[in-house]
Design a protein around this ligand. Structure first.
Ligand code: GCU
Length: 681
C-alpha cells in the first residue's frame, strides 16, 4: 500500500530501461571488506533498494575488485587508496564524513564509497542510493560530504504512557510495555530513515520529564533501543528530571551543591553506562513551566548543568541544557527572560555542556526574529532547537514546509561580531571555534501509518536532518530530492509540489500571524485562533498581552519605550529594528506598537495591510489546492486523496483564522475591511 510508511525510502522501480541499464552496468558487484553490524546494515539497505529499484539482487564480495564494482570500505581496508585520495582529505572527513568517487582502479572503472568509520560508509551508501532514487548519473562522481554539526538529534516529547506532548501523529512509537523483549520493526525503520539523513542521536523522552525513566527497569528498555540504533550510528539520550534524586533516590534534596546529590548522579551515570555503553547523555528542561531545577535551591543554571555534566564526563556523555527558562508570573517581557538568565553565565559551563536555544525567544511561532542569545554567549556552544512537530503551525493537518523557517533563522545575521555573523555560524561552532555543536528537532513522529500524520510532515523531518548535516543547504534543493524520493521523479510533479511547499510557510504566517503578530492561538491547545484569550491562569495570557490591540493601534512595543527587549540584540540590529521604518515589516508588530492608520511601505495603512495579509494567506491555500489537483494522475490515489483532504481542511481553517482575527481586531480599529478581503458570513 502507498500509505507513506516507507517515507523517502520508497525505492520506486526505475521504469526507464536505459537508465536502469546504465545503473546496472556500474553495479556488477559490491565489495565490502569490513565486517561489523554497520556493514550488515549497509548490505541490507542495498539489497532492499536495488531489488526494489532495479529488480536485482546485489552480489557482495569481501575482496577481488573487478570492473564496475562498487567498493565500500574504510581506508584501512584499501592499502592503495592514497593513489586516489590524499591523507589530508581523509583527515578532513572526521568520523562521519564520506567520499563517493568514480576512479580507475588498475584501469578498471569502479565507484568508491569511503570514510574513516563504518557509520560514514552508511551515510555514503544512502547518498549513493539517493542518486539512483533521484535518477542522477552515477558516472564521474566526486562527492565529498562532511557534517557541519556534531550532534544531529531528534527530541521526542514522548511520555512513558505513550502520549506525546504536542504530538499529532498518534501515540509514541516507543512501546515501553513490550520493551526490552520485543523489538518492533518500526524501530529499525526509524533508524534507517534517520541514518539516511544523517541524524545521529535521539532523546527518547519528553522534556517535561518523568524521573522513572532513570530507574533500572526503564534503563534496560532504553538499552534495547540503543542496541537497535547503534549500527545506524544513532545514540540514545534521555531527559533527566532535576528532582530525580528525591523522587527515585530517596534523598532529601536535589541541590546541585550537595555532595550526596552529586554522588547520586555520578552513580546514576555509571549505572546507565553499564547498560548502554554508547549512551549519549541528558537533555534537561529546568526551572520552566513547572519543571524543577537549580532555582529551587538558589543555584544558577550553570551549577545545575555542571552537576550532570560532571557525572557524564568520565563516560564521554554530554548535557544539553535548555535555555527555555522563564517564569509565567513575572511582569517582565517573556521574550527577555532567557537572555537575562543565561548571558551572565557565559563561560561557567563545563566543556561537555551545550546550551540548547529555541530559534526564537517566545516559542516556535510561525515567524519569530532569531533568539537574542545567538551571538550573546561566545564562550558557550549553543545548540539550535527547532520544532518539527507543528505545534503552532496547524499541527497534524496543515501543509507547512518548515525548512523555509529553519533556513530563514539560520541565515539571519546577528552582527554580533560584525556583518556575516549569521546564526548558522554560531550553531556550527565556526564563529567561535567550538568543538561541540548541534541541532535538535522536536520530533513529529508517532505511530500513524505514515509516521507524521500529514504526509508533508515527513518533509519537515527529512529537511531537519539534512539541515542539521549541512545548515547551509537550500530548502528548495532539499525539497526537490524529498519529493522525488517520496513520490515521483516526474518533472511536472516535482516542480508543482515544490512550488506548493515553498510558499506554504509564508501562507501560514499570513493567515495566522502576519506582520510580526504572535501567540494569538488558543492558549492551551495552540491550534486555532484566539486573540481574545481571556484565560487568567497566567499573567502573560491576559486578553491582549501578546498583540496589545486597542483603539490606539496594535503590536508589542519592545523598543526602549516599551519592554526594551531590542537592547538584547547587537547595536546594529537594535538600531535597525528600533525604527519602524527600517524594521523589516515581517517583524513590525513583534517590536512596535503602531496606530491602525500607520503608513506601510506599500502606502496602505497598517489595518489594510493586516487584512490583506490574512486574505493572501487564504488565497495561497486555495491556489495550492488548485495546483495539487493538477497532479491527480501523477501519483497513487491513496496519498493523492489523503493530501487533498488535508489541504481542504487547511483552506477552511485559514478562513477561520482570517475571519476570527479580523473581526476581533476590527472592534479596535473600527475600520472597514478592504474590498479585496472576502467578508465573513
Ligand atoms: C511549549 C509547549 C510545551 C512544551 C514547551 C517546551 O511551551 O507548548 O508543551 O513543554 O514548549 O518546549 O518545554
Amino acid at each position: 500500500a502507498k500509505d507513506g510508511y516507507k517515507l523517502w525510502l520508497q525505492y520506486e522501480k526505475i521504469e526507464n530501461k536505459e537508465l536502469a541499464e546504465s545503473y546496472l552496468n556500474s553495479i556488477h558487484q559490491i565489495t565490502i571488506p569490513n565486517h561489523s553490524a554497520t556493514t550488515d546494515v549497509i548490505k541490507n539497505e542495498l539489497s532492499i533498494a536495488l531489488k526494489d529499484m532495479l529488480s536485482t539482487f546485489p552480489v557482495f564480495t569481501e575482496d577481488g575488485i573487478k570492473k564496475n564494482n562498487i567498493v565500500i570500505a574504510t581506508p584501512e581496508s584499501l592499502p592503495w587508496l592514497d593513489e586516489f585520495i590524499g591523507q589530508n582529505q581523509l583527515d578532513g572527513l572526521g568520523q562521519e564524513g564520506f567520499i563517493i568517487k568514480s576512479i580507475q582502479y588498475k584501469n578498471q572503472p569502479i565507484t568508491l564509497i569511503t570514510g574513516n568509520a563504518d557509520a560514514a560508509l552508511l551515510y555514503g551508501t544512502f547518498e549513493f542510493l539517493k542518486l539512483l532514487q533521484t535518477h542522477q548519473s552515477i558516472v564521474d562522481l566526486n562527492i565529498v560530504s562532511v557534517p557541519k554539526t556534531k550532534i544531529r538529534i531528534l527530541n521526542h516529547w514522548d511520555n512513558l504512557d505513550r502520549t506525546v506532548e504536542r504530538g499529532y501523529a498518534g501515540s509514541s512509537i516507543w512501546n515501553w510495555h513490550l520493551l526490552p523483549d520485543h523489538i518492533n520493526q518500526q524501530y529499525i525503520d526509524y533508524a534507517r530513515a534517520n541514518a539516511s539523513i544523517g541524524i545521529n542521536g535521539t532523546v527518547l523522552t519528553n522534556v517535561n520529564a518523568n524521573a522513572l525513566v532513570l530507574t533500572a527497569a526503564y534503563i534496560e528498555k532504553a538499552a534495547a533501543l540503543a542496541k537497535v540504533f547503534e549500527p545506524y550510528g544513532i545514540k540514545v539520550y534521555l531527559t533527566a528530571r532535576f528532582s530525580a534524586p528525591m523522587e527515585i533516590g530517596q534523598l532529601k534534596t536535589s541541590d546541585p551543591l550537595d555532595e550526596e546529590v552529586q554522588k547520586w548522579w555520578n552513580d546514576k551515570a555509571t549505572e546507565i553506562y553499564s547498560y548502554i555503553p554508547n549512551f549519549g547523555g541528558f537533555l534537561v528542561k529546568a526551572d520552566s513551566e513547572g519543571q524543577p531545577g537549580p532555582h529551587n535551591y538558589g543555584r544558577t543554571q550553570a551549577e545545575g548543568a555542571n552537576l550532570l555534566a560532571k557525572a557524564l564526563k568520565p563516560h564521554g556523555g554530554i548535557v544539553m541544557w535548555r535555555a527555555f527558562v522563564y517564569s509565567e508570573n513575572t511582569p517582565d517581557d517573556r521574550a527577555k527572560q532567557a537572555y537575562n538568565e543565561f548571558k551572565p553565565l557565559d563561560g561557567e559551563f563545563e566543556s561537555n555542556v551545550l546550551v540548547q536555544v529555541k530559534n526564537g525567544a517566545i516559542d516556535f511561532q510561525p515567524r519569530e526574529p532569531f533568539h537574542p542569545l545567538f551571538g550573546a554567549m561566545p564562550k558557550t556552544p549553543l545548540m539550535m532547537e527547532f520544532q518539527i512537530t507543528q505545534e503552532y503551525l496547524g499541527q497534524g493537518t496543515h501543509l507547512v514546509y518548515l525548512s523555509k523557517l529553519y533556513e530563514e533563522v539560520l541565515n539571519t545575521d546577528t552582527y554580533c561580531k560584525g556583518p556575516g555573523s549569521t546564526v548558522v555560524k554560531i550553531i556550527d561552532g565556526s564563529l567561535e571555534n567550538h568543538q561541540l555543536s548541534g541541532m535538535a528537532g522536536v520530533s513529529n513522529i508517532g505511530s500513524d501509518r505514515n509516521w507524521t500524520g500529514n504526509h508533508f510532515g515527513q518533509a519537515n523531518w527529512y529537511a531537519f536532518g539534512k539541515l542539521a548535516w549541512n545548515p547551509y543547504a537550500s530548502s528548495e534543493k532539499i525539497a526537490e530530492d524529498w519529493i522525488a524520493m517520496t513520490f515521483s521523479n516526474d518533472p511536472k510533479f516535482i516542480s508543482t509540489t515544490l512550488d506548493i511547499m515553498s510558499k506554504s510557510r509564508e501562507a501560514a504566517v499570513n493567515y495566522m500571524t502576519p506582520l510580526g503578530l504572535h501567540h494569538i492561538m488558543g492558549w492551551n491547545h495552540h491550534y486555532g485562533p484566539a486573540p481574545w484569550i481571556t484565560d487568567k491562569h497566567r499573567d502573560d495570557w491576559t486578553s491582549t498581552y501578546y498583540h496589545q490591540a486597542g483603539s490606539d493601534g496594535i503590536g508589542f512595543d519592545r523598543t526602549s519605550s516599551g519592554s526594551d527587549a531590542l537592547s538584547q540584540y547587537s547595536p546594529y540590529i537594535e538600531k535597525q529594528f528600533s525604527n519602524p521604518k527600517t524594521c523589516p515589516e515581517k517583524y513590525l508588530l513583534w517590536f512596535h506598537h503602531l496606530p491602525w492608520a500607520y503608513r506601510m511601505e506599500s502606502g496602505k495603512t497598517l489595518w489594510e495591510e493586516l487584512a490583506l495579509h490574512y486574505q493572501a494567506g487564504v488565497d495561497q491555500t486555495t491556489t495550492a489546492i488548485k495546483k495539487w489537483s493538477t497532479l491527480e494522475k501523477s501519483i497513487d490515489n491513496e496519498r493523492y486523496q489523503h493530501i487533498l483532504s488535508f489541504m481542504k481542511i487547511q483552506e477552511k481553517e485559514a478562513k477561520w483564522w482570517r475571519d476570527a482575527c479580523l473581526l476581533y481586531f476590527q472592534q479596535f480599529s473600527k475600520l472597514p475591511l478592504p474590498d479585496a478581503v472576502e467578508k465573513p458570513n
